[in-house]
Design a protein around this ligand. Structure first.
Ligand code: SAM
Length: 331
């Protein structure tokens, strides 16, 4: 029986049990859709939350109803001491799921350590299986390193490995079927994400391929059987191709808002809490963390949840590309 005092309910009746926590805004790739041209002048070293602050925040959040924490970035594996930090997250007793999103670049070396630290699921971003194209999209990334990282992760038998593909018109839309086919004989989930035009210049709405169009491409080669949403899951809808070992997922932030099911809050690497990716009512947690004020932190997190909008206005009213820097917020 669940303790209702441990539930975080927002004013729209949604249960908030998922925290996305960015641990750095540094990244070793420069994906065109993520980081604005010229970078975004991230915080100087020292301004990001310390290990102790992150752990205090995580324990406090779990104490009031957060059950799943996703570690993200920037590239989280670049944070100094990330493995021991993850081990300490993994020891938080009531935390049901500790998961991580990475570009996979350092996975070959780190997969074993991550598994031992208690990370149970990996989301790996990978937008092309063509080396030159991958390098173009990521600002110079080496595809081979990421593929080897994925293989290593499979060797360490993470229960869930999800490949996140941001589908872009005229860039990688012709690879949808090839990506989906990876699930035929591998226990992977390949998730297709609609591109959100967030970085302004050269990144307009014309790049977005609607989720239904992505599914149609896959249906040309296979029937797709839908499955129920997972407990503590995110906004993806899942399907299985005929005879496939793995699954495909679709995430449609642009064509079909999933705000009705939103179960998350976010905290940036600088300690800014956001009730919504597009929220303008952010709260700086640093002063509260600096005081070690657990009650103040609980109340502040509850107030962030209490101010969650029912939905966001992204793309309506032409509001794209304004102020959302995924590289800072962590996706
Ligand atoms: N460095 C890690 C990575 O590459 O996965 C974590 C950070 S990244 C900001 C987290 C997720 O945000 C990735 O899956 C990425 O594809 C997604 N993302 C970033 N910008 C996006 C955009 N404009 N549209 C859709 N997804 C985006």
């Amino acid at each position: 029986m669940e303790d209702p005092a441990m539930s975080l309910l927002d004013p729209h009746g949604r249960r908030i049990n998922y925290l996305r926590l960015s641990v750095t805004d540094r990244c070793n790739l420069r994906c065109s859709y993520c980081r604005p041209p010229g970078g975004d002048g991230g915080p100087a070293v020292g301004e990001i939350l310390s290990d102790e602050d992150l752990l205090f925040l995580a324990r406090t959040a779990v104490g009031i109803g957060i059950e799943k924490i996703r570690i993200t970035g920037g590239e989280p594996l670049l944070r100094k001491g990330i493995v021991p930090l993850l081990s300490r997250f993994g020891e938080i007793p009531a935390l049901k799921k500790l998961v991580l999103t990475t570009n996979g670049f350092l996975l070959r070396e780190m997969a074993g350590d991550l598994r031992r630290a208690g990370v149970e699921s990996l989301n790996i971003s990978l937008d092309s299986l063509v080396p030159d194209r991958f390098a173009r999209v990521t600002g110079g990334g080496r595809l081979r390193a990421v593929l080897e990282g994925i293989e290593k992760a499979q060797e360490y038998a993470f229960p869930h490995i999800k490949i996140n593909v941001v589908v872009m018109r005229g860039v990688n839309e012709d690879e949808v079927v090839r990506f989906a086919s990876l699930t035929l004989d591998r226990p992977l989930t390949v998730r297709f994400i609609e591109h959100m035009p967030l970085t302004g210049k050269d990144c307009g709405p014309g790049l977005t391929v609607p989720g239904e169009e992505i599914l149609c491409k896959i249906r040309e080669i296979s029937r797709l059987t839908p499955r129920d949403k997972e407990d503590l899951g995110g906004p993806a809808r899942y399907f299985r191709m005929e005879g496939a070992v793995g699954e495909i997922g679709i995430i449609t932030p642009v064509s079909c808002h999933f705000c009705g099911d939103c179960n998350r809050i976010r905290v940036t690497s600088e300690g800014i809490a956001k009730g919504c990716l597009f929220s303008t009512r952010d709260v700086d947690l640093k002063p509260i963390l600096a005081k070690g004020d657990a009650e103040g932190l609980r109340n502040t997190l509850r107030s962030v949840v209490g101010k969650k909008p029912s939905g966001h206005l992204f793309l309506r009213e032409g509001r794209h590309g304004e102020s959302v820097h995924m590289s800072r917020i962590g996706g």
